[in-house]
Design a protein. Structure first.
Length: 390
């Protein structure tokens, strides 16, 4: 007779002989994050493409950025893979720690049965695992995943398996006010405003950050970019492009803002007429507004007076924000702001002539972006009132 300990013929299954399952985290999807888009690296000019889940994948490799509002917790779905298919209910426990234990995850008991994969849904951080309460960038958040057998929980230690990341997290001031938030914009404004959590400080950081890029300032350019991010891509722009860019920066991190066009006009009857300054001491350029206070631009450290028909800035709350000239002024400082742009000058220096402009400048907010079509309100075609200033 066969030994009673021998297996019965026909009941031996090689796949059941494996008892030590090797687990790995294959994919990570972040939940509750803000929708993001990026420039496609494969097209020129770039095509804007959405970033889709899973944002991180082990094989084939994928690692995309995500964005959360400051002081909020993350939440993740994680796909776990077993090296073998268990033909029974295999229980395991999964957990994750991070550098400095800042964003450790909760622990979860899970099951693998007749499948090589398990999706662990809605993984949360421990109670202290909220992101910082400021705008900025977390560059290299790694989750070090750990597992053990659930039946031995408390009796044996966790085993480290593969990490995920490094994950790049953009932290916004509030929910973005754009439908298409490009990482190109977040990369700039979040680094300019790193560690700031006050809207005015963030806006000021946007002005100084863009100004200090020293991109080309091109007031002679005859068209306004349809996409404000072309200023970053091409490193050039006129004042309206920089105003649109700042508005895009601020809206990307959840701060309300509007591009603003500054010009002079006078109403006569039912018609508004554009007022051009004719500065007779500069006969070679007879038509245009005079930027009277010599200021350095973002691309030129030398103070220069420029000639315009209009100027454009970005308005954030009660502040005017000008990336081309590096100015950040409250609207209450009206007289000084006026003189920066529209007060007639002489060659002897700014503000020397006692005659003020006959009408104050117009600050015209644009609801979305400045275009060549909405620079001014409807004006009488072909009629311009010229103010001569000797």
């Amino acid at each position: 007779m066969p030994n009673s300990c021998d297996p019965e013929p026909g009941n031996v299954h090689d796949e059941l002989m494996v008892t030590n399952y090797i687990l790995s985290v294959e994919e990570v999807s972040f939940l509750g994050d803000h929708p993001l888009f990026k420039d496609s690296a494969l097209t020129n000019p770039p095509i804007i493409v959405p970033i889709t889940d899973p944002v991180w994948r082990r094989t084939p490799a994928k690692n995309e950025a995500v964005a959360y509002t400051r002081n909020s917790p993350y939440q993740m779905n994680v796909l776990v893979k077993s090296s073998h298919v268990p033909f029974h209910d295999f229980q395991y426990r999964i957990d994750a720690i991070t550098e400095g234990n800042l964003y450790n995850s909760q622990g979860y008991t899970r099951h693998l049965a007749f499948s090589q994969y398990d999706t662990v849904k809605a993984i949360d951080p421990v109670s202290w695992g909220h992101f910082p309460d400021h705008v900025g960038v977390i560059d290299s958040l790694r989750f070090h995943w750990m597992v053990n057998k659930a039946v031995a929980y408390g009796e044996m230690g966790f085993y480290f398996i593969n990490p995920s990341g490094p994950h790049k997290i953009y932290l916004t001031y509030d929910k973005p006010k754009l439908d298409t938030v490009n990482t190109l914009a977040l990369e700039k404004i979040c680094r300019y405003a790193q560690n700031q959590n006050i809207d005015t400080a963030i806006a000021h950081s946007g002005v100084t950050g863009a100004f200090n890029e020293h991109w080309d300032y091109a007031p002679e350019k005859t068209f306004i970019f349809a996409d404000p991010l072309d200023v970053i891509r091409l490193q050039t722009g006129l004042c309206a492009d920089y105003a649109n860019l700042l508005a895009t920066y601020y809206r990307s991190v959840g701060i309300a803002s509007k591009p603003t066009v500054i010009f002079n006009s006078v109403p006569l009857g039912d018609t508004t007429f554009l007022l051009h300054w004719i500065y007779t001491e500069l006969p070679t350029f007879p038509h245009g507004c005079v930027l009277t206070d010599p200021l350095p631009t973002c691309d030129n450290p030398v103070s220069i007076s420029y000639l315009f028909n209009y100027h454009a800035v970005c308005r954030m709350g009660v502040y005017f924000c000008d990336a081309a000239f590096g100015l950040f002024k409250p609207s209450i400082n009206y007289d000084a702001w006026w003189r920066y742009y529209l007060y007639p000058a002489t060659l002897q220096g700014p503000w020397q002539d006692p005659e003020p402009p006959p009408v104050p400048p117009i600050y015209r907010d644009i609801s979305y972006l400045i275009t060549s079509q909405n620079l001014y309100p409807p004006l009488s075609r072909g009629i311009v009132i010229n103010h001569y200033h000797p």
